[in-house]
Design a protein around this ligand. Structure first.
Ligand code: ADP
Ligand code: ADP
Length: 229
């Protein structure tokens, strides 16, 4: 059995008289430790899927098994705990606390977690040892995204979920961030799932899940993924 098994997963939204099918009977799997990409056009249903996987939204039908446990059956309290301890989130616009330094941002996230990593070490791992005491406004976009990745990784999550982490970055900086995320999957064994518009990065991923029109269009598994240059 795979680490993540998505089975007949559907999500419908009701908008007045209209029903929007955002995820239509998705079936796929992701193995532990993979660097997996979710790609597809805007409105295809990528964020909807990631929100359900992250415990931020509920499926309409189907199931998601993680380590054999169906997370669609969790109650609200279990779901909160799942989000808090099992998940690391990275967003397009970083979501850092502006009045806290890089280090304080990471420390804040680790306070609630039992087996958290050392915030300073994680900031070192993402290449920010010299910027730990900077505030977000003093950092470039790429650096702010590194802080937000450090904040997520320091919780020692089972799963790192990144919704368009390069969306606000230029191409080169975005590639460096994707390269860092891939390295982290290798060095920490954390499963990393990334929504991106950067198709050029697909050959460097272990698995590429293409979603179009709420359905899975194609899943590609790369046995020997390329390196990100
Ligand atoms: P993108 O993939 O371009 O970053 P989003 O994933 O944020 O965009 O949203 C995709 C589409 O879903 C957009 O057309 C947006 O208007 C719509 N959308 C997102 N959230 C909601 C919502 N809460 N209610 C209605 N429509 C939404
Ligand atoms: P993507 O991330 O691939 O851009 P989304 O998952 O954001 O796509 O959106 C998929 C579809 O679901 C879109 O048609 C969008 O408008 C719709 N949608 C997303 N969130 C909501 C919501 N909260 N309420 C209603 N419709 C939504």
């Amino acid at each position: 059995m795979a680490f993540i098994e998505v089975r007949n997963l559907s999500k419908r939204y009701t908008m007045g008289e209209n029903i929007i099918i955002a995820n239509n009977n998705l079936n796929f799997e992701i193995e532990k430790g993979e660097f997996a990409l979710i790609i597809g056009p805007s409105g295809a249903g990528k964020s909807t899927f990631l929100n359900i996987l992250g415990g931020m939204d509920r499926a309409s039908d189907g199931s998601i098994l993680i380590d054999g446990k169906d997370i669609t059956k969790l109650n609200e309290r279990e779901l909160t705990s799942y989000r808090r301890y099992d998940m690391g989130f990275v967003f397009q616009f970083y979501n850092l606390m502006p009045n806290l330094t890089a280090l304080e941002n990471v420390e804040l996230a680790t306070q609630i977690v039992k087996n958290a990593k050392n915030p300073k070490e994680v900031l070192r791992d993402v290449g920010l040892e010299d910027r730990m005491n900077s505030f977000p406004s003093q950092l470039s976009g790429g650096e702010q995204q590194r802080v937000s990745i450090a904040r997520a990784v320091a919780k020692n999550p089972k799963l790192l979920m990144c919704d368009e982490p390069t969306g606000a970055l230029d191409y080169k900086t975005g590639k460096q961030v994707l390269s860092l995320l891939k390295d982290l999957s290798r060095t920490t064994g954390t499963t990393v799932i990334v929504i991106t518009h950067n198709k050029a990065i697909a050959p460097a991923a272990d698995r590429v899940i293409e979603i179009a029109d709420a359905k899975i269009r194609k899943v590609t598994v790369n046995k020997n993924p390329e390196t990100i240059d």
